[in-house]
Design a binder for this molecule. Sequence first.
Ligand SMILES: Cc1cc2nc3c(=O)[nH]c(=O)nc-3n(C[C@H](O)[C@H](O)[C@H](O)COP(=O)(O)O)c2cc1C
Length: 388
Amino acid sequence: MAPISGMSFEATETDGLPAALMLRAAATSSFGMTLADARQPDHPLLYANDAFTAMTGYDAREVVGQNCRFLQGPETDPESVAKIRQTLKSGVASTVLLLNYRKDGSRFWNRFQLSPVNDDAGKLCAYLGMQVDITEEIDRIGMENERQKLETLGRVAGGVAHELNNALQPILLYAELLADEDARNPAMLNQCSKGIFENARFASDVVNQVLSFARRDSSSNLVYDARTIIGEAVDFAAEYLPSSIVFDRQGFEPGGPLDGKQIKINRTGLLQVMTNLFKNAADATRDKGRIVVTLWLSGDPAARSGHSDDPQNYVVISIADNGHGIESKTLKHIFEPFYTTKAPGEGTGLGLSTIYGIVERWGGRIAAHSTPGKGTTFRVLVPITSNA
Ligand SMILES: Cc1cc2nc3c(=O)[nH]c(=O)nc-3n(C[C@H](O)[C@H](O)[C@H](O)COP(=O)(O)O)c2cc1C
């Protein structure tokens, strides 16, 4: 067992359990376990179990008496270390993920849990640290992310190729017709130029949407009064809704928590977001349902569910329909490029991925919740830039 030096605690019976047995349990634990003296300056280690020494490559004799920061190195995140410092100060237990270094210099991911230990008088006397090497888990997540990225990239490339091909085929056909001098007549020329124009414009739209998704440029964002600009965009998008849709809006009245709140966005992007979400909502109800747009502030205590513990305040735009809803297995993919549930030719599958990119560029977020058979709600969160 690793040495326990300078330990001024009595190894007596505790609640009927011999302390020696508890120490043996700690020694054989598969988690790294360390105990540091809270009463000594710089909290030297009093104890390190075998799992800790196996994980780090250090001998227990080398680490006892040292502060455990010897495991840190150039790429250890200073914010995680600051969180440990905060725990030491506040006495409130915490868990952090740390990049640590073994004795041989190799790196490992340490899921580190730190908790204070009090003596019988309730006075802080030690800190208990528990270490778990989760490098394999992190690598697996990284590989899975990479795999998903490649899959998405493949879908994007395939989708772009498919859409552009769809546009190019008729353009080639019209070009061939134009080349045939004998067939040329005003009606044919008119039809060809119209066909070429429409298909070229479709191809250009596809390219622009892909570019808009890929670009991470927020330079065209400007500051607007939140309620006014969102109201305008909602008016604009509602114009295109079929008259058979029942449309309702809530939270747009002046005199509420949104008064004076500003957001930094690009106007065209907002119009695109609203138009797209309204069109999807209308399609989901087969143009016969109800769409409700609600506006609120995420920090508003009167606001309904959906606000996060993020200290940043957001304007939340919720677009709810009572359409057919979306299955959860589909919901997971809806913001991916070229993922579409619509029939071929009905949609490019770029709409939601494009607006996802737009909202991200504002520093905002978009999420969807759905109950199949009952409807879908999209929530767009736009960060407040001023509380004027
Ligand atoms: C019991 C105990 C175990 C610790 N174990 C680790 C560890 O496994 N890895 C690590 O990077 N830091 C560990 N630390 C944190 C560092 O020892 C140190 O407290 C931290 O770096 C913050 O202090 P500093 O800013 O003075 O370095 C541990 C601390 C204590 C009290």
